[in-house]
Design a protein around this ligand. Structure first.
Ligand SMILES: [Zn+2]
Ligand SMILES: [Zn+2]
Length: 167
């Protein structure tokens, strides 16, 4: 997954980077991923003096754990990707730009940038469904599968005495 800055500047001007990459080494530490496939990068690198803009979409199939019911969440993450690379020191107004990278070699390996984009895109709180009812905090039943019948409403402690009174 390498682009050549010099070739882009002097002859190609734009190249398509369409590649699948195995991120097993990189992602194996993520406890929140049960499994994952290769990331597919569909990117275009375009020379626009003095920078090369690489943009497109990353897709990666993942299985995560629902943060409410602990069930599987299968999803294909579609991740917008945009990074810029330059061989020249950025202009002062560009120095802070997060997507602009000053590189010293002609060849730039996109893999670390792809890895970072995937890492950031993994949902912090995955849900199997927006309406997932989760596990019962009392008995642990998966409330998507059946209603355990436990009482869920919490009684205001100031009214607890009153509730006892009516029993
Ligand atoms: Zn769930
Ligand atoms: Zn219950």
């Amino acid at each position: 997954m390498i682009i050549n800055m010099k070739d882009l500047a002097v002859k190609d001007h734009a190249v398509r980077v369409s590649e699948s990459v195995d991120l097993t080494d990189f992602l194996s530490g993520r406890q929140d991923l049960t499994s994952f496939g290769e990331v597919n990068a569909d990117l275009t690198a375009t020379f626009a003096f003095p920078t090369v803009v690489v943009e497109g979409t990353l897709t990666i199939p993942v299985t995560m754990v629902c943060s409410r019911c602990l069930g599987d969440v299968q999803d294909v993450l579609r991740i917008p990707f945009r990074e810029r690379f330059t061989r020249e020191a950025p202009a002062p107004d560009e120095e802070e730009a997060e997507d602009l990278h000053l590189v010293s070699e002609d060849e730039v390996d996109l893999k670390p940038y792809v890895e970072e984009a995937v890492w950031m895109a993994i949902p912090y709180i995955p849900l199997c469904s927006e309406t997932c009812k989760g596990l019962c905090p009392d008995c642990g039943t998966n409330r998507n599968e059946r209603d355990c019948g436990c009482r869920q409403e919490t009684i205001d402690p100031r009214l607890a005495g009153l509730a006892d009174f009516f029993k």
